[in-house]
Each structure stands twice: as structure tokens, then as C-alpha cells.
Design a protein around this ligand. Structure first.
Ligand code: AN0
Ligand code: CP
Length: 317
């Protein structure tokens, strides 16, 4: 595997899960693989888990690691071609990318949707420029439309906690004061659709995701109905995707906040969230602190998903 941007890059998911559990048993099994190889992690946006878990994954594989926060100390980057650069941005991405590629063997990029232009976001303009111009394998650390390292960790977590072969997994929208990208829900849906789980998405009207990601999932607008018999509840906020509402907040209805009322109709469901999470907006204190909350083991699995992905990339060098 050279680049990792979506579920399809991983190929057979059962095989990938096998590797994940093998690595979870012995994280340093492939410590020789990354000797004298350098990972460069480039962040256009903030991060806690992705930064730490991906760095830890690289250390598990014996790699060297460099981290660049574009907004803290690097030159501001122009990303549009053809712009007369007489403004506040001294450097163009088209030089910066191949230069960064000179100093490393593998590149991880975090570049969220900017909500300026839906086509630019959904064409993954930034991530694809890294793939095209860096000369290095590139993996997504959450790009405009997907967060595959997160979804892979989510899948590992569900496999660890599921009690039936085909659990009911419900992804629910929940309110949030800021407009958030669709990357996490798109990606989660894409990965769930690649399994044979019973997968349901619930959200208020107007929050329909790109049909490409919804796939064959059932969409249920009544949250309580969607939660009935759920084995896993996956909460996430996202801003609107559709048409002129792209990137807008249409609803802040706190009756969608996941609490005991909704969890009571589930099959004693586990609660999941990618984190960071705003308590009492997305989920109540009681639910996130309950024994059914698996947000910490879910975050812990980020190290495992990243180790598998980096291992696969190193094997391709
Ligand atoms: C980001 C998002 O919703 O995409 C990152 C989540 C992993 N969340 C925030 O910006 C709060
Ligand atoms: N879940 C996740 O990707 O968290 P960070 O934004 O902190 O990396």
C-alpha cells in the first residue's frame, strides 16, 4: 500500500483486522521495519490523538519522526495556483510540498474541509497535491472528506466489543456550537458499509450526507426509533452538506444530545465518539462516564490503526 486515504486502500478488511490484533499483542514486532526511515507529520489543523498516536505508531516501527504545524512557525502557504502573491502568504504549497518531501520517506497530512468551496473540499485539493507533488507515500490524518485512521480504529474497537456477529451500529448527529466537517461521519459510514453490520444513520432533516458515503445505510430521521435495539451508538456533529447550506449550522436542538433517555431504548449499547467531545452538547456527563462508554479504548486503538497503516506503507518502500 503506497497511499492511505480511504477504506479501499487497505484491501481485505479481515486481513487488516488480523494485522491490527497481531500488532496489539506485540506493538514492537516490526520495530526493524522503520529503521532510518523518517515520518513527517504535517498539520494544517489542531490535534491531540492523531498527533500522539501516529507518532507512537512510528516509534513502534522504529521510525524517526518530524512534526510541522503549518500555522505555528511555518510560512503561511498560498494554495491557489495563479494568484499574484502580494498578500500575507510568502510561500506557495507547490514549492513547500516537494521541499518537505526531500526530508522524509513518508508524509502524513491533516487538512480539514475549509467550507469555502464544496467542490474543492470534496475533490481533496490539498491532500491530492501532497500525493501528486511530494514524491512520497502520503496518508490522511483527517482530510476534507474522510478520517480513515479514526474509522479503522473505530472498526477495531467494534470488533473487540461486539457480542453478536452482526451488531446494530447507529451513527447519530448531535448538536455543536461550531460548524464541523463531515470527514468523520463520511468515513465512519464508508467503513461501516464495508462490513456486514446493521448500520443506521440518524440526523435532523437538512443534515443528509453525500449519498456516496451513505451508500446502503438506513437513514432514520427519528433518533429514538433509530436507537431501538442498538448495540453501538456512534455520536458526531457535522455541518450541513447539501447545496447552499454547505458548511452551515441548521440546528442546535439539544434534544439530540445523547443521554440516558436515548440509551435506555438500546440493547445496552456501547457509546463511541472519536473525541474531542463537548460534554452536554454531544453527550451527557452520565453517558460518557458510564461503563458503556468506550471512548478511551477507542482512542487507544488509534495507535493500532496507525501502526498497521505505517507498516503497510513501509513494506511498500
Ligand atoms: C474535528 C472534526 O469534527 O472533524 C476533528 C475530529 C477528530 N473536530 C473538531 O474540530 C472539534
Ligand atoms: N479523534 C481525533 O482525530 O482526535 P484529534 O483531532 O485530537 O487528533
Amino acid at each position: 500500500m503506497r497511499n492511505f486515504t480511504c477504506v479501499h486502500d487497505l484491501g481485505n478488511l479481515e486481513q487488516a483486522l488480523k494485522e491490527a490484533f497481531e500488532i496489539k499483542k506485540d506493538r514492537f514486532k516490526y520495530v526493524e521495519l522503520g529503521k532510518n526511515k523518517t515520518l513527517m507529520m504535517i498539520f494544517f489543523n489542531s490535534s491531540l490523538r492523531t498527533r500522539l498516536s501516529t507518532q507512537k505508531a512510528a516509534l513502534n516501527l522504529g521510525m524517526n519522526v518530524m512534526v510541522l504545524d503549518i500555522n505555528q512557525g511555518a510560512w503561511k502557504l498560498e494554495t491557489e495556483r495563479g494568484v499574484i502573491m502580494d498578500g500575507d502568504k510568502p510561500e506557495h504549497l507547490l514549492e513547500a510540498i516537494p521541499v518537505m518531501g526531500c526530508y522524509c520517506d513518508v508524509i502524513g497530512v491533516r487538512s480539514f474541509a475549509r467550507f469555502e468551496n464544496r467542490d474543492d473540499d470534496y475533490n481533496e485539493v490539498i491532500l491530492n497535491q501532497f500525493i501528486k507533488y511530494s514524491g512520497r507515500p502520503v496518508f490522511s490524518m483527517e482530510a476534507a472528506t474522510r478520517h480513515p485512521l479514526q474509522s479503522f480504529a473505530d472498526l477495531i474497537t467494534i470488533e473487540e466489543y461486539k457480542k453478536t456477529a452482526r451488531p446494530k451500529v447507529v451513527m447519530t448527529w448531535a448538536p455543536h456550537p461550531r460548524a464541523l466537517p463531515q470527514a468523520v461521519p463520511n468515513s465512519f459510514a464508508e467503513w461501516m458499509n464495508a462490513t456486514d453490520y446493521d448500520f443506521v444513520i440518524t440526523h435532523p432533516e437538512g443534515y443528509e450526507l453525500d449519498p456516496k458515503f451513505v451508500g446502503n445505510a438506513r437513514v432514520e430521521y427519528d433518533q429514538m426509533k433509530a436507537f431501538e435495539g442498538a448495540d453501538f451508538v456512534y455520536a458526531k456533529n457535522w455541518a450541513a452538506y447539501s447545496g447552499d447550506n454547505y458548511g452551515k449550522i441548521l440546528n442546535t436542538d439539544r434534544s439530540w444530545t445523547v443521554g440516558e433517555r436515548q440509551m435506555a431504548v438500546t440493547n445496552n449499547a456501547y457509546f463511541m465518539h472519536c473525541l474531542p467531545v463537548r460534554r452536554n452538547m454531544i453527550v451527557t456527563d452520565d453517558v460518557i462516564e458510564s461503563p458503556q462508554s468506550i471512548v478511551i479504548p477507542e482512542a487507544a486503538n488509534r495507535e493500532i490503526s496507525a501502526t498497521v497503516v505505517l507498516k503497510r506503507i513501509l513494506e511498500s518502500l
